[in-house]
Design a binder for this molecule. Structure first.
Ligand SMILES: O=C(O)CCC(=O)N[C@@H](CCC(=O)O)C(=O)O
Ligand SMILES: [Zn+2]
Length: 335
């Protein structure tokens, strides 16, 4: 295997490769760009016009998606996977990956769309670097742009694998991309209704890519991901990379559950209290009228009809999202 196929090993060791460019016998070029960042270019004449950004490890303790990208890159570096698309592989937060932590100083996935300019520390610098790497990668206007930012969640989930679809004024949802995801084992999509400061929101809103955060199961340490089954997604990503997606797939989104964001619960102060058991699962429906959270100044969040909760986390810093309330939706919301 070409040495640059060992991007994860290099990243875990905090080392730069001696050789920055390598080419497989078939002519696929690997180029090391920065820590945890590698560009793959298909052989001349074999490129089908898609630019595919695959990121994982934006949260350092979410290892199953990092292992997935490592497997795909090994396949490419051994010549077993034959790319027909340009690919940018990014391990988002190398320092946090080495430490096995969600983040070191601050949540990298709250520093995009310029938010890093108002922050300090190495995660702010990394967010800026990731924005530059993604912008340079998606530089050709006539090519298709697709970004999957791969994550796992802190807690268990009633729906294990789901996508978060960012929002931008005037943009419609791509049925093709949703169908692709559904074929890759993604069972639900959550539609955002406003702009955001996550990595996928940056590539969607600012770089005009089709972009999704993909939640793929529960976060565990390296080597402990036997319960996270990524077979369908891995097979689909490999098909996208090789330009080999089936042409005769049934059209439709019948297998995909649709939710939309009802409200975000923002923690305003140290007085914030979230009234949920520690083991509550994502997508749990809460009773109408339930007092979900309280904050300084008498602020309260009371559950409205049909609301379910995902990503509850009272430990976030003040000013950040401590939970999302969502409601079931239907294809009519897929504009
Ligand atoms: O399990 C949790 O509480 C968080 C899981 C996670 O990291 N989710 C992403 C979602 C990003 C998005 O909203 O697109 C995050 O919180 O950054
Ligand atoms: Zn995450």
């Amino acid at each position: 295997m070409l040495a640059l196929g060992k991007l994860l090993e290099l990243t875990l060791a905090g080392r730069e490769p001696a050789t920055k460019i390598q080419v497989t016998t078939e002519g696929t070029r690997l180029r090391w760009l920065a820590e945890g960042a590698l560009e793959v270019t298909p052989p001349a004449g074999k490129d089908n016009g898609l630019d595919l950004l695959l990121s994982a490890g934006v949260h350092g303790n979410e290892t199953a998606p990092i292992e997935l990208l490592d497997r795909l890159l090994h396949g490419i570096a051994r010549g077993e996977i034959k790319p027909r698309v340009r690919i940018l592989i990014l391990f988002g937060n190398p320092q946090a990956i080495r430490q096995g932590e969600r983040y070191v100083e601050q949540d990298l996935n709250r520093l995009f769309n310029g938010r890093h300019e108002q922050a300090e520390g190495f995660e702010a610098i990394r967010a800026s670097e990731l924005e530059h790497l993604a912008s340079a990668f998606f530089r050709e206007p006539e090519r298709s742009r697709l970004h999957y930012d791969l994550h796992t969640a802190i807690r268990g989930s009633k729906i294990e694998q789901f996508a978060i679809y960012p929002w931008a004024e005037g943009r419609s949802h791509s049925q093709r991309e949703l169908q692709r995801l559904n074929a890759g084992g993604i069972d639900a999509v959550l539609l955002q209704r406003k702009g955001s400061i996550t990595f996928s929101a940056f590539t969607y809103e600012t770089l005009n890519a089709e972009a999704f955060t993909l939640e793929l199961g529960k976060a565990r340490a390296f080597g402990e991901n036997q319960l996270v089954n990524l077979d369908l997604l891995e097979a689909r990503i490999q098909q996208i990379i090789e330009g080999q997606e089936p042409e005769d797939e049934p059209v439709g989104l019948d297998g995909l559950q649709v939710f939309r964001v009802s409200r975000e619960v923002i923690k305003r102060s140290d007085a914030f209290k979230l009234h949920l058991p520690d083991d509550i699962e994502n997508f749990s429906e809460l009773p109408l009228g339930y007092l979900l959270a309280e904050d300084a100044g008498g602020a309260t969040w009371v559950i409205e009809k049909g609301e379910r909760v995902i990503f509850p986390n009272p430990a976030v810093k003040n000013g950040l999202r401590a939970a999302i309330l969502i409601v079931p939706s239907n294809a009519a919301d897929l504009l």
